[in-house]
Design a protein around this ligand. Structure first.
Ligand SMILES: [Zn+2]
Ligand SMILES: [Zn+2]
Length: 344
């Protein structure tokens, strides 16, 4: 029987439609993904084309004498600009702020054809360290209220450029969705005296059915009320509100965990398009006891349709428990040297 489940943290409802249930492996991508070349002459992110991008903010390694592994550049077509001041205007029902903000692009590798799911863990750790450096720098700017770190992989996830990259957008306002989630977490803390995410993690670790992987510092799980198939959250086991609080050893552990989750999706579901994003306390709320940062990986296997837009509820056709069991069984170590995806 189908079931409506409520997300403990967001209070959002989701229809787990087991009547239309699909076996996890049926969700694998069936269309052929075009194999990319390691170098594309007109790609602005390929080595040798650095002059096609705005001047870089940082590069790894820092020396200009050696080839770079990763670069951070301002987005050439930035949604927001750091050149204007965030002046707020309120005219009766019309409210606005000047388009102030920061929009960085992180070019993750010089290799146009590299796939994050198959990268060495040390490369992944380097990318996460860049996120943290930029997160820390942007947190110091008092004009910035919210920093969103994300990656889009594949056209269904909204990528316009094939070269592997991720992005950071910092805004002078906090969205209603983030604000409301914060308020739920604060209310829970006031009522029960504990972080609702720490409580949920403890219960999930006891129950085990939705756990995908556990490492020294992180837990990866399928949400009980997952809005979409295989939506996987990675939580730090230590209570911390902000991604900026992550330690050096936690970064290395997160790199292994994230790479392993992406590899499970890559091998298990034939390289699906996906987004990931880091949900962290807004800059003004660093160190709070009631919010817990996490990384959310969302494979784009289904599309939003009229019901989702009209009701704000999602229909998920894969049981989160079945998705967790499926992902647990994808043995990425055994598949490590298989660059080619098996045809589903
Ligand atoms: Zn390229
Ligand atoms: Zn917590």
């Amino acid at each position: 029987m189908s079931e409506l489940r409520q997300n403990f943290a967001t209070k959002e409802w989701v229809v787990i439609a087991t009547e239309r249930a699909r076996r996890p492996e049926e969700m694998a991508r069936h269309s052929e993904r075009k194999l990319a070349a390691p170098f594309v002459a007109n790609c602005p992110f390929c080595p040798g084309n650095e002059n096609l991008t705005p001047p870089e903010i940082m590069r790894i390694p820092t020396s200009m004498e050696v080839p770079w592994h990763a670069r951070v550049i301002p987005n050439k077509f930035a949604a927001l600009s750091r050149e204007v001041q965030p002046t707020r205007t309120v005219h009766r029902s019309l409210r606005s702020v000047n388009g102030f903000g920061v929009h960085d692009v992180i070019v993750e590798t010089p290799d146009h054809s590299e796939v994050m799911a198959l990268m060495p863990d040390s490369y992944m750790a380097e990318i996460l360290r860049i996120y943290k450096i930029r997160y820390d720098e942007l947190s110091l700017d008092r004009r910035i209220a919210l920093i969103t770190i994300f990656k889009n992989h594949g056209p269904d996830a909204g990528t316009s450029l094939e070269h592997p990259h991720s992005q950071i957008i910092a805004t002078p306002v906090i969205s209603l969705q983030v604000r409301e989630r914060f308020q739920h977490a604060l209310r829970h803390f006031d009522d029960y005296g504990e972080c609702m995410f720490c409580q949920m993690l403890e219960e999930e670790l006891q129950e085990q059915t939705r756990i995908v992987a556990i490492s020294e510092h992180f837990v990866a799980l399928e949400l009980y009320a997952s809005p979409a198939p295989f939506c996987t959250h990675i939580y730090p086991r230590r209570h911390t509100a902000s991604f900026g609080d992550v330690s050096g050893s936690e970064i290395n552990d997160l790199a292994r965990m994230l790479r392993s989750i992406l590899a499970k999706l890559y091998h298990g579901l034939a390289d699906p398009d996906f987004n990931f994003t880091i949900r962290s306390a807004p800059a003004e709320s660093v160190g709070v006891k009631y919010f817990h940062w996490y990384l959310s990986v969302i494979p784009r296997l289904t599309r939003m349709a009229g019901f989702e837009l009209g009701s704000g509820m999602f229909i998920n056709t894969v049981l989160p428990e079945a998705a967790a069991e499926f992902l647990r069984k994808v043995d990425v170590e055994a598949l490590k040297n298989t660059a080619q995806v098996a045809t589903p």
